[in-house]
Design a protein around this ligand. Structure first.
Ligand code: GBH
Length: 484
């Protein structure tokens, strides 16, 4: 009887034109350790590079830090209760490496840190919420930064040891893993632009070394899972990809090339190695050519050895996609060879936005909902992964409780994701909105808010209040439809 009811409901909704998300779709929200936990020096936690970076005057707006943040280190039960209240069935969070391994190495294991995540996972399981766990969302143990951070290829071995401890302790309860969140952001913002930890401006060189080491580290953790844990734990592991969508400014072949290069330098830089075993050809060619003209005897983009290629190739069991925005791009032909190389010079692309796209409180974030559907099609056609989870997608404002801008953004993007599923046959199995809570927005401190739940950062209790978007999203989740 129930079965016929479901079939009838499907027929009705199709005939009424309302598309429905697949029955077991994972609907959730996301957060990350440094942005929400606080407890920066509690119970034996070591320092991360973000603790140090945020404590250094001048780095973060208003001198804000993640010292307390949303205080989720103490309030995780409340967070889980809110997820449950909204009817969400997946929560994406990250583990703080130095909370578990204070100096990043297995020489000291902090039991209180392990307990925190054990308790969080237990609480989620009890509420029937699937944990989707990121091993690394930018809070590198300080000791490992001192050993060279993301420029040191040995970081792959350290990351492997950390990953093993995490899989050992939590792998029975976690089926979806992400190794590194947005390595491209760490490498560009942290090592090229110098506006994220560790705050270096080693343009045109460190950014590629950092990408290379990130891929080695990801592959190391992937194979550890594959050989030591997969058989008994049966989960999936991937590297997170942060990709935007790009439109050409004109119909010229040169601008079409600018679009391809933008996809390669921002998205393919990680997607190509894990799906095809090497950097995108446009990057290999351009960076080698420019390096040569600059007088280098080698390419600033490190070559993979054959062994590294096969180690990195095929290390994505699913796609974890962070997608926020689009750009309009054009070719720039006359970037000269000069004394200071950079990724922008290598890329040779100018970019702007379409004036019709609504602007958020973040200078880089504009709403272009169809972009996500184009991107999903591009990724499917280019890499053919078995499944996608959209692990971040969201909108910033300055904190309004009646956040209509966020609702409009999510409505547009979720509709396009639904079209990609239903009309284009793309296997998107989950969506974790960024973010559950207002939180520490990196260099922007608490000035930009992404949460569906407001957090009062002036109140020692860090009181949480649902915004309009949380109620709206909860409706989508319970009906499986965008406009109930
Ligand atoms: C994600 O990064 C992070 O994973 C998350 O922690 C963060 O809170 C969230 O998004 C919201 O920002 O200024 O033109 O050079 C966002 C991806 C990539 C966005 C780099 C800003 C800089 C663009 N970021 N980008 S620009």
């Amino acid at each position: 009887m129930l079965k016929y009811g479901v079939i009838l409901a499907c027929i009705l909704s199709i005939s009424l034109g309302a598309k429905t998300f697949p029955e077991n779709f994972l609907f959730g929200a996301a957060g990350a350790s440094y942005q929400i936990e606080g407890g920066w020096d509690e119970d034996g936690k070591g320092l991360s590079m973000w603790d140090v970076y945020a404590h250094t005057p001048g780095n973060i707006k208003n001198g804000d830090t993640g010292d307390i943040a949303c205080d989720s280190y103490h309030k995780y039960k409340e967070d889980v209760a809110l997820l449950k209240q909204l009817g969400l069935n997946v929560y994406r969070f990250s583990i703080s490496w130095p909370r578990i391994l204070p100096n990043g190495t297995p020489t000291q294991i902090n039991q209180a840190g392990l307990n925190y995540y054990k308790n969080l996972i237990k609480e989620l399981k009890a509420a029937d919420i699937e944990p989707l766990v990121t091993l690394y969302h930018w809070d590198l143990p300080l000791h490992l930064l001192e050993l060279g951070g993301w420029l040191n290829p040995r970081l792959a071995d350290y990351f492997g040891d950390y990953a093993r401890i995490v899989f050992e302790n939590f792998g029975d309860d976690v089926k979806y893993w992400i190794t590194l969140n947005e390595p491209g952001t760490t490498c560009t913002q942290g090592y090229e632009a110098g506006i994220h930890a560790p705050g270096l401006n080693l343009t045109g060189e460190a950014v590629y070394q950092c990408s290379y080491v990130s891929l080695l580290a990801h592959a190391k953790a992937y194979h550890i899972y594959d050989t030591e844990f997969r058989a008994k734990q049966g989960g999936k592991v991937t590297l997170n990809l942060a990709c935007g969508w790009y439109y050409p400014q004109t119909e010229s072949e040169e601008d079409a090339e600018a679009v391809r290069r933008s996809l390669d330098f921002n998205c393919g830089i990680y997607a190509d190695p894990i799906f095809k075993g090497n950097w995108p050809q446009s990057m290999i060619d351009r960076i080698r050519e420019r390096s040569k003209l600059e007088g280098y005897s080698f390419s600033r983009l490190p070559d993979f050895t054959e062994q590294e290629k096969s180690q990195i190739n095929g290390t994505a069991d699913y796609v974890s996609l962070n997608m926020y925005t689009s750009r309009v791009v054009w070719h720039i032909s006359d970037y000269p060879i000069g004394p200071i190389p950079s990724l922008d010079l290598d890329l040779s692309v100018g970019s702007g936005v379409d004036p019709s796209w609504p602007a958020s409180a973040s200078s880089w974030l504009f709403s272009d909902p169809p972009g996500v559907r184009y991107l999903l099609n591009y990724l499917r056609d280019t890499y053919n992964p078995s499944e996608f989870v959209i692990t971040e997608n969201g909108w910033s404002d300055v904190g309004d409780l009646d956040d209509q801008g966020r609702i409009a953004y999510w409505k547009g993007y979720l509709s396009n994701i639904l079209d990609a599923i239903v009309d284009d046959g793309i296997n998107v199995i989950g969506y974790t909105a960024w973010s559950l809570l207002d939180n520490f927005e990196w260099a922007e401190g608490y000035t930009q808010r992404f949460g569906m739940i407001q957090v009062d950062f002036n109140d020692p209790n860090r009181t949480r209040t649902l915004k309009s978007s949380a109620k709206w999203y909860s409706g989508v989740v319970s009906t499986g439809q965008i406009d109930p």
